[in-house]
Design a protein around this ligand. Structure first.
Ligand code: UD1
Length: 439
């Protein structure tokens, strides 16, 4: 019995919205807790499904996770007894492969199910595995699982790792593993994403020696052990960008609080180019409006600091409302236009050719029943619903719950006409956001 969003479009969003912690930073930071027997306290964790999944994984491995406050986890991994992430978890959340690096580094062994295909392309983890081999691990594939072992004395060896492609979780996994390796590791062509920097900050608070995070070369001097630490997760830059897009699309006026404008610089630059007014009110707040409408402009996704692939679907919705013709090139993932066919059903004029989408705007969108296919695609359907005439019904909203904290509640507070409904045998019932924090 799946949950849906019902949206009636046409309201201009107005008011203030607070940005939650970054899911993509919280996940590797939670995995980092596996590196030490001491307690890691993480603040500002977002209240989203992927965090619950990661917590379950840590608990399944034997860690204790306490939640003294809704957004704070105290993780203690002194009693880890299991060294594997099962398929049931990995298939719902690829980022569970982030357990590999810490388990291998601290316990000398790890088994993680291979993630396999997903809605946005093949997404292999070969670069993670090749990196572990460079650190001296023996990596085998057994019945759909990756089984990795450290050298005989149980410790990885510091080494040089050259990534042939920029990989965010690959960089994080290797960084995690290298903190407990013997000697120094240098990661070349590393990802620069703010989430990588946030993880490095936490690791350094734990006593690790990581330098260069935020550039393409990261050096890690390995230690025999790491200690406990407290850390506050950075704001979510994709949620920030999604709300900027929502303000622009609905011709509203929003104050976006608790964000880091520097982390969304590429999005701000592009959106200003297409006519969105964005002012930095202070170092953690933005004011967004769009008094003169949107103009079409081409966009290409790139690794950070370029325009993020996680905002490509939302940008496509902006282009359906912009005057003119635009070309969107997706360079990170091979099959990340699943939202296009749903947007077409709402009246958008989009042509897909491989990794290129051509959008003709503006078109007035009409509400329709649509299907969410992945996390960011579902955000784009919510945005489309907010500007469509009539009613949009979005099915499979569990995708959006993976990464956006109470999106419908935040939008309601800004004046949107959106509700979560659950289909029951007696018909649709309104439902508030479920309490997803387990005891
Ligand atoms: C992370 C983000 C995701 C974002 C993506 C790109 C998390 C939890 N997820 O995903 O939201 O969309 O970065 O910014 O942080 N690749 C390989 N081999 C590998 C690893 C990656 O070929 O071993 C390829 C991928 O298929 C993809 C590209 O490299 O084409 C980039 O992927 P990567 O940066 O690894 O994405 P994730 O870390 O999975």
């Amino acid at each position: 019995m799946g949950e849906k969003f019902r949206i009636s479009g046409g309201q201009a969003l107005k008011g203030r919205v607070e940005i939650s912690g970054a899911k993509n930073s919280a996940l590797p930071c939670m995995a980092a807790a596996l590196l030490t027997p001491e307690t890691i306290t993480l603040h500002n964790l977002p209240y989203v499904r992927d965090i619950i999944t990661q917590r379950r994984l840590l608990e399944d491995l034997g860690a204790t996770v306490l939640t003294p406050e809704l957004r704070t986890h105290k993780i203690n991994a002194s009693n880890v007894e299991l060294f594997e992430a099962p398929y049931e978890l990995v298939k719902t959340m690829r980022a569970s492969v982030l357990a590999l690096g810490p388990l291998l580094a601290r316990f000398g062994k790890a088994k993680v199910s291979l993630p396999g295909g997903c809605a946005i392309g093949t997404r292999p983890i070969d670069l993670h595995l090749a990196g572990f081999e460079r650190l001296g691990a023996e990596v085998r594939l057994e019945a759909g699982n990756v089984v990795a072992r450290a050298p005989r004395d149980g410790r990885l060896r510091g080494s040089e790792v050259h990534f042939s492609k920029v990989t965010v979780t690959g960089t994080e996994n290797l960084m995690l593993a290298a903190t407990l390796a013997k000697g120094r590791t240098t990661l070349y062509n590393a990802a620069w994403e703010p989430e990588v920097v946030d993880l490095a900050d936490l690791l350094n608070k734990m006593g690790a020696r990581v330098i260069g995070a935020g550039t393409s070369t990261i050096e890690i001097q390995g230690d025999e052990e790491l200690g406990g630490a407290q850390h506050t997760i950075i704001p979510d830059r994709v949620e920030t960008s999604t709300f900027i897009a929502a303000a622009a699309l609905t011709r509203g006026e929003l104050e976006i609080k608790d964000c880091m404008p520097g982390h969304v610089a590429a999005v701000i630059k592009k959106l200003r180019e297409i006519g969105v007014e964005i002012n930095e009110l202070n170092p953690t707040s933005l004011q967004v409006s769009c008094p003169d409408g949107l103009k079409a402009s081409d966009m290409i996704t790139e690794p950070y600091p370029g325009f993020p692939t996680d905002m490509q679907a939302q940008y496509m919705v902006l282009m359906t409302q912009a005057k003119g013709h635009s070309v969107i090139n997706e360079t990170i993932f091979e099959n990340r236009f699943m939202h296009a066919s749903e947007l077409q059903r709402m009246g958008a004029r989009i042509q897909i050719d491989g990794r290129t989408a051509r959008v003709n705007g503006p078109t007035s969108l009409t509400g329709a029943p649509v299907l969410a296919s992945d996390l960011r695609a579902s955000a784009s359907l919510v945005l489309a619903g907010l500007v469509a005439q009539g009613q949009t019904l979005i099915d499979r909203v569990y995708h959006i719950d993976r990464g956006y904290e109470r999106i419908e509640a935040k939008l309601q507070e800004l004046g949107a006409d959106i509700e979560r409904i659950r289909e029951s045998v007696t018909g649709p019932l309104p439902q508030s956001f479920p309490d997803i924090v387990t005891a």
